[in-house]
Design a protein. Structure first.
Length: 169
């Protein structure tokens, strides 16, 4: 992610900031890499963030970038989408069903040039940005607690009804 951000910063026709949320054992490594790539004024490490405070960060953002290739569920992507953020991510199994190219964001190969291209496209076309944002929010709404609970209730109701019907035969 940091190498890609350095590449984009060097070539982009727009200014941006990257806020990395979370804490972990590699913070010192990240800090050094940020310094080595001269990204101190571009990349900010927040440290641990309380779940209730995540919304503040989403609302302050214009785009959600995600470079994990090992994420298996993409929940953080759905959270970002629910805040109306288009998503730019590296292709991985966890996001294949969530991020849809040209609909709510872009999933790309691991290539800084492609990320630069997609970021420029998103930020230079206001209509595209608004469409991606609206679609992201609408897509994420299908994964709300209420929506999932209703689907689970319907599933179990049909399961129990089928079981009752089999007993009567």
């Amino acid at each position: 992610m940091l190498d890609t951000i350095a590449f984009v910063k060097e070539r982009a026709g727009f200014d941006f900031k990257l806020i990395m949320l979370g804490e972990g054992p590699y913070r010192d490594v990240l800090e050094k890499k940020i310094d080595d790539l001269n990204l101190r004024k571009t990349v900010y490490l927040t440290g641990a963030v309380e779940p209730d405070d995540m919304g503040y960060y989403y609302s302050a953002a214009d785009l959600f970038v995600f470079a994990s290739k090992s994420e298996t569920q993409g929940m953080v992507i759905l959270e970002a989408m629910s805040a109306g953020l288009p998503v730019l991510t590296v292709r991985s199994s966890g996001i294949d069903d969530v991020v849809q190219n040209e609909f709510n964001g872009y999933k790309t190969k691991e290539d800084p040039r492609v990320w630069l291209e997609k970021m420029e496209k998103i930020f230079n076309d206001e209509q595209l940005y608004m469409r991606l944002s609206e679609n992201a929010q609408n897509f994420a709404s299908h994964y709300s607690i209420e929506e999932i609970a209703a689907k689970m209730q319907d599933f179990y109701a049909r399961l129990l009804a089928g079981r009752q019907s089999n007993k009567n035969k």
